[in-house]
Write a new protein. Structure first.
Length: 226
């Protein structure tokens, strides 16, 4: 079954963007997933195609109107979750990517300017998601990030099935380091164990490296592990 993505944006030309390339692009062509992009401006109802207005209570910037956004969401709404990209949302993780990949698809709402009127976010019970603690100028790059991380998990998208199992975050740890030929480069040798041909020893070394690197770089991940 095709995993279905619908994106609502004021800048439809930003899609499929990077998702038209490489693994995601191939999977889009072969129908593993589908992407439709809706221009929120198409739901404006005045001559000037206005989608935003000034914030109640004053302050800088413009806010996307709830009636216009609601009409845009209604045009694609079905059984899929509606995700609102916002720096005020819960931080997106690999576990979220796995959960979305297991579902039928997602509707992704990209904000611009100061953001979106909170009433439509609540009325549509949107899942408010952030990709990190920084502010982008629009939700489009965030939507591309979510979709990239989800699509690569869909069955048949990645080459070897196990490449998704080992990687960073899937076991609550960062991944071990990788090495390839030449075995010696600028005087630096690859760790001997990797050349030993001893699968058990390699697995043990990788597990230990995973833990060491996670402890050094992301102790928060270890603290959160079950
Ligand atoms: N005034 C808002 C920021 C608006 S940025 C605030 O201070 O919270 C404009 C749009 O970019 C947002 O509506 C959102 O859709 C998107 N955006 C910005 N940063 C983001 C992030 N870290 N994660 C997801 N979306 C983000």
């Amino acid at each position: 079954m095709t995993w279905r993505a619908s994106v609502l944006t004021l800048f439809p030309a930003m899609f499929p963007g990077s998702l038209g390339q490489s693994l995601a692009g191939r999977a889009l062509e072969t129908g593993v997933w589908s992407l439709d992009v809706t221009n929120i401006r198409d739901f404006a109802n005045d001559r000037h195609k206005t989608v935003d207005d000034t914030p109640f209570g004053g302050g800088a910037g413009m806010v996307l109107r709830p009636d216009i956004v609601d009409a845009a969401v209604a045009s694609v709404a079905d059984d899929r979750p509606v995700v609102c990209l916002t720096p005020r949302g819960r931080r997106f993780t690999q576990a979220d990517a796995q959960r979305f990949a297991a579902g039928p698809g997602a509707i992704l709402l990209c904000g611009r300017y100061e953001g979106i009127d909170q009433r439509v976010i609540e009325a549509r019970a949107m899942d408010e998601v952030s990709i990190g603690d920084y502010v982008l100028s629009g939700g489009e790059l965030a939507a591309l990030v979510l979709l990239d991380s989800i699509v690569r998990l869909l069955p048949g998208v990645m080459g070897a099935a196990e490449s998704a199992e080992d990687e960073s975050f899937s076991a609550g740890l960062l991944e071990y380091p990788h090495y390839t030929r030449p075995a010696e480069w600028q005087g630096h040798r690859v760790p001997d164990v990797l050349l030993s041909g001893h699968h058990g020893a390699v697995a043990a070394w990788r597990q230990a490296e995973s833990k060491r690197i996670t402890r050094e770089r992301r102790p928060d991940l270890l603290a959160a592990a079950p």
